[in-house]
Ligand binder design. Structure first.
Ligand SMILES: Nc1ncnc2c1ncn2[C@@H]1O[C@H](COP(=O)(O)OP(=O)(O)O)[C@@H](O)[C@H]1O
Ligand SMILES: O=P(O)(O)OC[C@H](O)CO
Length: 565
């Protein structure tokens, strides 16, 4: 039996303990490496962010349709974010030792190549939005066997997946080719590059990717989650892809595979989760049940719909992708990808000088009651799902003396909502299931006008959580699962449930149908923009083919026209 003195001193010690830094606190860090900015957030067990630091980095557009990032700047931005958030965290009285694990989430498809002997990047990262490979994609589509690939990897051949970017680098960059010929070329998406560099580069050589990222390369069999011979053979007609080091594919939540941070204030802290950003957002929205979906309005906009443990290969212009793989079994999603969402807002700000802040674009759009007859097909990277038109450029239709900046701002927001509607229709056809509500997040979902328009156009409620850092939360959940911060989905029940906003559809069905028809007509009219040009110059055989395609598409326009009449 303990003495009274002993019990009293224990009580005192207990009280002192309560007043000191609460060492029983548990946090998870999350690196969110997006297209326009990097962030580091620290989440508590309730899924609330307690510290955050964000850094924008350079967007490099060397030619029309080209989009690059400096791979070293990306790493620096992440390191700065970690230090920045940690400072806030410690200032608030928390101890960094209470951070149990770190998750990573990243822009997908963006491609980096480096020399595996030195860890030196050999070219800028080619960003997912980049369309320099449009002709290469057409060349690949024309090769025998191209029609078999989507069934294996879930993606159609377009400029979007990593493969065309890697082939372009091999074909066009001598420095890359030399390292390839020496057998030292390493390929990675941003998750792989980050994990490799944060672990210290060639010294530790942690060279991995998770299935949600690897499923965006076109090298991975979506069913086995392994690199696939048929895919590698198909793409190896000029350069042998097997001579390029591809990262090992490991599950999205793991205590060992992702290594640990090699330097800075979090030196020695384990990285235990990794998810592509759109998968992470689905996890952050707790879309764990088949039939649940989310739409993330960031730089681009991506609708993911959980289809369960078997992939669904789309026949309506959507992608099959991996949602996550936490334990043995992968969970899949159908995806509708829109290339331009917030980047359209930034275009108005930076290229057209409309304002200096994103929310001001929404305010500008609110100065007019409707789009005034203007439709803006924001096809800056061609048009993605469900259309996949790589030879479209951004086009505005319906400009009159009545048109003012407010209309352009409004039409920019609406463009994302129209594409989301087209994606939802395609998803309904592929899955045979109609959504009853749509969960949203991402920077552009801050725009209430945009969310109301979305509800009006899809005719179902739009549900926006109060805490919209769902992408980062998803990566934290993946990391937290690995180290037991959360043990199962049940433990996440209360996470991120407070204070959601619901946007109910208000527009009359007749009016939304009229707007949608106009949009479809504008899409049909912006097809074949580059095809005509190439055919006239007689540049390529495919161009002539495309000219025929453009003519066919004009016939489509006429069909839409006659429907509208
Ligand atoms: N109130 C707003 N209205 C319209 N767009 C907004 C608003 N707030 C943020 N955005 C847009 O959201 C995008 C940033 O979203 P975010 O989810 O951080 O993107 P990413 O992860 O791709 O970098 C930017 O393009 C920004 O212009
Ligand atoms: O930067 P985001 O958030 O628009 O996401 C980029 C996507 O992952 C590209 O596929």
């Amino acid at each position: 039996m303990s003495s009274i003195i002993e019990r009293i001193s224990n009580l005192v010690a207990g009280n002192q303990f309560a007043k000191m830094a609460p060492t029983d606190e548990v946090f998870v860090g999350s690196i969110d490496q997006g297209t326009t900015s990097s962030r580091f957030l620290i989440f508590d067990k309730a899924g609330e962010p307690v510290a955050v630091h964000q850094e924008e980095f350079s967007q490099i557009y060397p030619n029309p349709g080209w989009h690059e990032h400096d791979p070293e700047e990306i790493i620096k931005s992440v390191e700065t974010c970690i230090e920045g958030a940690l400072k806030i965290f410690e200032k608030d009285g928390h101890s960094k030792d209470s951070i149990k694990a770190i998750g990573i989430t990243d822009q997908r498809e963006t491609t980096v190549v480096w020399d595996k002997t030195t860890g030196e990047a050999l070219y800028n990262a080619i960003v997912w939005t980049d369309t320099r490979t449009a002709a290469l994609a057409r060349e690949l589509k024309a090769r025998p066997g191209s029609d078999k690939l989507q069934d294996i990897c879930g993606l159609p051949i377009t400029t979007y997946p990593s493969v065309t970017k890697l082939l372009w680098l091999l074909r066009n960059q001598e420095k890359v080719r030399k390292v390839y010929e020496a057998g030292n070329l390493a390929f990675g998406t941003i998750d792989t590059w980050l994990i490799y560099k944060l672990n210290g580069g060639p010294d530790k050589n942690v060279f991995v990717s998770d299935p949600t990222n690897a499923s965006r390369t076109m090298f991975m069999d979506i069913r086995t989650l392994k690199y696939n011979d048929q895919l590698l053979d198909f793409f190896s007609y000029e350069y042998d892809i097997r001579k390029v080091a591809l990262p090992e594919i490991v599950r999205s939540s793991d205590t060992k595979a992702f290594g640990q941070i090699a330097s800075g204030s979090l030196k020695g802290f384990p990285i235990t989760g990794c998810l592509g950003d759109q998968s992470a957002a689905l996890v952050g929205q707790k879309g764990f049940e088949p039939g649940s979906a989310k739409n993330t309005y960031g730089t681009g906009c991506f609708l993911l719909y959980n289809v369960g443990e078997k992939p669904v290969i789309s026949t309506h212009g959507l992608l099959a992708t991996v949602a996550y793989q936490f334990d043995g079994k992968p969970v899949y999603a159908l995806e509708g990808s829109i290339a331009v969402a917030g980047s359209g807002v930034k275009f108005l700000m930076h290229n057209l000088g409309f304002s200096h802040a994103s929310h001001k674009i929404t305010e500008l759009a609110e100065t007019v009651p409707d789009n005034g007859g203007l439709v803006f097909v924001t096809a800056f990277s061609g048009l993605f799902a469900p259309y996949w038109i790589d030879d479209a450029h951004g086009t505005m239709f319906g400009i009159t003396h009545h048109t003012e900046r407010g209309h352009i701002a409004r039409a920019t927001l609406e463009a994302v909502c129209f594409q989301t509607k087209a994606i939802l229709d395609a998803m309904e056809k592929d899955s045979g299931h109609k959504l009853t509500e749509l969960k949203v997040d991402g920077g552009m979902s801050n725009s209430a006008l945009c969310m109301q328009t979305q509800a009006d156009l899809v005719s179902i409620p739009i549900v926006r959580p109060k805490m919209r850092e769902t992408t980062a939360l998803g990566a934290a959940i993946a990391a937290g699962f690995a180290v037991g911060v959360w043990k199962d989905f049940d433990e996440l029940k209360e996470v991120n449930t407070r204070g959601q906003t619901v946007f109910e559809p208000k527009m009359e069905a007749k009016e939304s149908a009229r707007m949608l028809k106009r949009w479809e007509r504008a899409v049909a009219m912006c097809r074949g923009w580059l095809a005509e040009e190439e055919a006239e110059e007689g540049k390529t055989e495919e161009a002539a083919e495309l000219k025929g395609e453009a003519d066919k598409q004009m016939a489509e326009v006429e069909k839409v026209d006659s429907k509208l009449a």
